[in-house]
Design a protein around this ligand. Sequence first.
Ligand SMILES: [Zn+2]
Ligand SMILES: [Zn+2]
Length: 198
Amino acid sequence: MYIPGDREVSVLYKGKTGKYNVYVHDIEYKTLDKSLYPESEHNYPDNCDDTKYISSPGVESMSITFSKQTYLEPNIDFIYITTNNGTYKYTGNLGGKTLTFNTDSLSIRLVSDSDANYYGYSFDSITTKRTIHVPGEQATCTTDQKCIKCEKIIQKAYGHDLVPIEVEKATLTKDGKTEGEKCSVCGVITKNKEQFQE
Ligand SMILES: [Zn+2]
Ligand SMILES: [Zn+2]
């Protein structure tokens, strides 16, 4: 059942066996390149307020594992991790700890007071998880591209690219009018001169 692809599932219910089909998405796990890992100064300085960032656009979650040395003055110095869903606060011994966030980017802000400095933080690994969807028809101005298996939106509709259209030609004595608008991609007219006449 956990092997990716189309699967038939049998269910026994009140002595009868029913079958239904499910699609199990493939899942991609990636360990980001170590050169991308942010880290604090070691030891971090007094009155530090330093923010570093890491992102991997499009992933569903990121798991970060702090190095063994990771340590902040307990309940005095803090790191604040901000994700797509909120900000979380940590202090003290974080050595070897793994945190998982449902986000594709995060920032790490280290704030220290005026004494007692420790190692700060670095990471042993940062891994990401991404579900591989099966793309349906390309997105257009007005329709999203969705996964054909689970309907998840892969690419939102782009929206029209509106450009002015000249609805009244200029003459020798009058300027042309350009109140009209149409989409340069699909050609739809969204406004015309009539709508603007009182
Ligand atoms: Zn899907
Ligand atoms: Zn359009």
